[in-house]
Design a protein. Structure first.
Ligand code: ADP
Ligand code: ZN
Length: 293
């Protein structure tokens, strides 16, 4: 069996793993995301001497995934200043001497679910993380969707509820999905940790409203066959029935497909025990190895 490296590069932590082409994780550590000077040598020392044939990175962004660009493989305009315009792919490729695959963290997660999880066999599906931020990864016609840059589905603009006086925490938009509905928005609006608000019905009704609005938009634009939701906030399982009910109301019978008849299997939680990101990164490494050979 082949050994592959996987890196789920997040704004607060780096999850580093070694696994195989069956998606099995053999070894995993987590290190804090500090500056590249501090963190990258720790990444290199984890992966070197492990006998891995390729590495895949699912990375926080924005990043450059355009292979014909001079800054392909770079983290670009991130608000994490120490990582701005940093060539994470090139540095690791040089240090490890192996092929390195690179995509967004959420494209990694949708790839993990599409390869080994609840997205298996589908032509199109999307993965949405609702955590410290919000992001959307897209498989369309069997392939990861990129476009001009890559989808930035967390920053779509939503209709704010009139009773919601919270301004939104996104510095760029007053009413984007991430600013209104990611973990920090819940905490900023209600003044408590999101995990401590489980019993507060109003909190989750508003959260489900914003998530449902976003999902209607994704359904209309991307036409996914399944929508997979993950990230810390989605640990609030009571959100799922609320999101499905509001989604149905907002779509208002406009589309009739077999998938939409059964929203319990259309709008679903992640299926890989929160390993979808790191498993997807393994797959990114496998794909890069295939391209190279
Ligand atoms: P990240 O997005 O940084 O990778 P997570 O997906 O774990 O990490 O998201 C962290 C966010 O999720 C925090 O803002 C936190 O408020 C929220 N969160 C974590 N656990 C829960 C929970 N059980 N219920 C609601 N929100 C949670
Ligand atoms: Zn925004």
């Amino acid at each position: 069996m082949m050994k592959l490296g996987a890196l789920e590069a997040g704004g607060t932590k780096m999850v580093c793993a070694v696994g195989n082409e069956k998606g099995e994780i053999l070894e995993q550590i987590s290190i804090p995301t500090e500056t590249p000077e501090i963190t990258v040598p720790r990444l290199i020392s984890f992966y070197k001497d492990k006998g891995i044939e390729a590495l895949g990175i699912g990375c926080f962004g924005p990043i450059d995934v355009n292979r014909s660009s001079a800054s392909y493989g770079f983290i670009t305009t991130t608000p994490k200043l120490a990582w701005q315009h940093y060539n994470i792919t090139g540095v690791l490729k040089e240090a490890l001497g192996i092929p390195v695959g690179f995509d967004t963290d959420v494209n990694g997660s949708v790839l993990g679910e599409h390869t080994w999880g609840i997205g298996r066999g589908l032509d199109s599906c999307i993965y949405i993380t609702v955590g410290t931020g919000i992001g959307v990864g897209v498989i369309s016609e069997g392939r990861l969707l990129h476009g001009m840059l890559h989808p930035e589905g967390g920053h779509i603009l939503l209709q704010k509820m009139p009773e919601d006086t919270y301004r939104g925490f996104c510095p760029f938009h007053e009413n984007c999905f991430e600013g209104l509905a990611a973990g920090p928005a819940i905490e900023g609006r209600w003044g408590k940790k999101a995990s401590e608000l489980s019993g507060e019905r109003k909190v989750w009704e508003l959260e489900a409203e914003y998530i449902a609005q976003a999902l209607v938009n994704y359904t209309c634009i991307l036409s996914p066959q399944r929508i997979i939701l993950g990230g810390g906030v989605m640990h609030q399982q009571q959100l799922f029935p609320m999101i499905r009910a509001r989604f149905r109301e907002l779509l208002n019978g406009y589309l009739k497909t077999k998938e939409l008849e059964d929203l319990d299997s259309y709008i679903v939680p992640q299926s890989l025990d929160d390993k979808q990101g790191v498993m997807g990164a393994l797959k990114l490494g496998m794909m890069e190895l295939e391209r190279d050979t």
